[in-house]
Design a protein around this ligand. Sequence first.
Ligand code: NAP
Length: 540
Amino acid sequence: MDAPLTVDSMTATLAANTLTGQMIIAGTPVSGTGEQVRGFDPSAGKSLEPVYQHGDASHVETACAAAADAFAAYRATTSEQRATFLEAIATNIEAISEALIARAVAESGLPLPRITGEVGRTTGQLRLFAGVLREGSWNGARIDTALPDRTPLPRPDIRQRFIPLGPVAVFGASNFPLAFSVAGGDTASALAAGCPVVVKGHDAHPGTSELVARAISDAVRQSGLPAGTFSLLFGSGPDLGITLVTDPRIKAVGFTGSRSGGLALVAAAAARPEPIPVYAEMSSINPVFLLDGALATRGDDLGRAFVGSLTMGSGQFCTNPGLVIAVDSPGLDAFIVAAREALSAAPATPMLTPNIARSYASGVDALTGSADLVGRGEGPTGETSCRAALFATDAPSFLNSEVLQAEVFGSSSLIVRCTDSDEMHAVAEGIEGQLTATVHADDSDVDEAGRLLPLLELKAGRILFDGWPTGVEVCHAMVHGGPFPATSDSRSTSVGARAIERFLRPVAYQSVPKSLLPSAIADGNPENLWRRIDGQLTQD
Ligand code: NAP
C-alpha cells in the first residue's frame, strides 16, 4: 500500500474486487437458496450490495462431505506444508487489504485504524501459527522406551503424539469481522492443527467474509491442498448453524458471541450420538479492582484512562471493563468525578448492527432501573449509536441482582462501592467466571493484591496489573479464556499459540513396528523436535 488509505480510495479498490454474493464451498462459488441478507453500514444507516442468500441443509452436506474427504490428505501434510499454506492465506489477505478494509469499515462501522489494525492482527495470527508449526512442540512427542528386563513385568515401547480431531465448524464473530471471523483465530488454529474448516459467516459482514474466504480458497489451490480443506456458508444460526454442528463429520466447534448462542451450540453438540467439544467464548464483564493506594495517588488519572478503555470500539469487546470494584474513599470519589467528566465528552459511536444497538439500549435501561446513574456519554445520533453509560451500586445490591451482574455488550459499566476490603473480597468471590480480571495497585497495596490474586486465579483466564483489559496480545503466553460463562471450556484459550491444542488429541503408539511410526516419534528424530524421552526433554 503506497498511498495513504482513505475510505474513498478504498471503495474504488473494492469495485475491482467485485463481490458475487455467494458462499464458497470447497473452492466453488455457490448461491444460497434461503433468506436474503445484505451487509449494513451502521455509520451511514444504509444497506450494502450485493444480496447474499442463506444456504440450506444441502450446502451443509456438500461442505461437510468435502471437509471429510479432505481430512485424510490434509492431516498427512507436513508442518512445513501447513505453515506455508497459512502464510499464503496471510499474503493473499494482504494483497486485497484495501478492498477488504473498505468493506469491513462499511459493514462494521468500526473506525479505519481499528480495522487496519485488525487486518494486521489476522495476518499476524496466521504467521504465528506458521511459527508454531515449524517450532514443532505442538506435536507433544513423548517416548517411553521399552524396559524388557523390568520386573515383575517388562515395559513395552510406548510413544505419544498429537493428531488433529477432524473437520471443525467455526462461527464468525460479529465484533471482530476479521480477527475472529472467517480467517480468524479459530480458523487459523484449526487449520494449523490439520483440521479442515467449515465457517458459518456472520450476517453482519457477508462481504468481508466473502473476500476473506476467496483469499483462503486461493491459498488452498495455490498450496495444492484438497478443495474441501475450507468452506464458507451463510445461514441462520438455529437452522443452518445447528445442522452444521450436528453433522456427524464435524468433530469440534469454535464460537464467539452471546451466552445464549454459545449454550445452544453446546447443547446441540452434547446431544449428538457422538458428542463433540464446543469452544464457545461467551460472556464476561471483566472486573477491574482499584486498590486504595492506587486510588489515593492517581484516582483521577485512572478515571480518565478507564473511560478510554470503556468507550473504545463502542465497547464491543469481549474484554470491555464492565465492572469496577473499590472500597469507598476520597480516591474513589476522584475516580468517579474524572470518569463522569471524560464520559460526558465521549461522542456517541455506531454499533455493529441495529440488533446489537437495541440489546445495548435495553441492557442500559435495565441498569437504569437497578443502579444509580453516574454519567452518560453524548447523546445518540442514529438508530445504531452507542451512548456510553456508567452506573454505581453497593456490594449487597450487586451480589443479590442478576441484572447488575449481566453483561451489557457496549460502553456500559458499573462501579461497586464496597465498605471495606472484606466486602471487596466477597464481591470478587460472588462474580461469575471472566475472561479477565484487572488490578490497579501501588506499592502500598501489595498485601491486598496478594490476597486477591489467588481468588482471581479461580475466576479469570487472564489477570493483569496496572493496565486495561481491552487489547489482547496475540502471543505464546496469552490466555483468552476463563471459567464459565466466559467460555464453555476453561482449559483452553482462543487467542495465542495454545489455541491449536483445542483441535488436537493425543494418541499413544504401543509396540508399533518402527517402520510404521510417524516421523514425530520415530527413532533418529527426523524432524529434529524437542521430545520427552523417558521423562526428559531432549532434542536427541
Ligand atoms: P450471537 O447472537 O451469539 O451470534 C453469533 C453467531 O451464533 C451467529 O452466527 C448466530 O447466527 C449464531 N447463533 C446465535 N444464536 C444461536 C442459536 N440459538 N443456535 C445456533 N446458532 C446461534 O452474537 P452476535 O450476533 O455477535 O451479537 C449478539 C449479542 O451477543 C450481543 O448483543 C452481545 O450481547 C453478545 N456478544 C458478546 C460477545 C462477547 O465477546 N462477549 C461478542 C459478540 C456478541 P444468527 O446470526 O443467525 O443468529
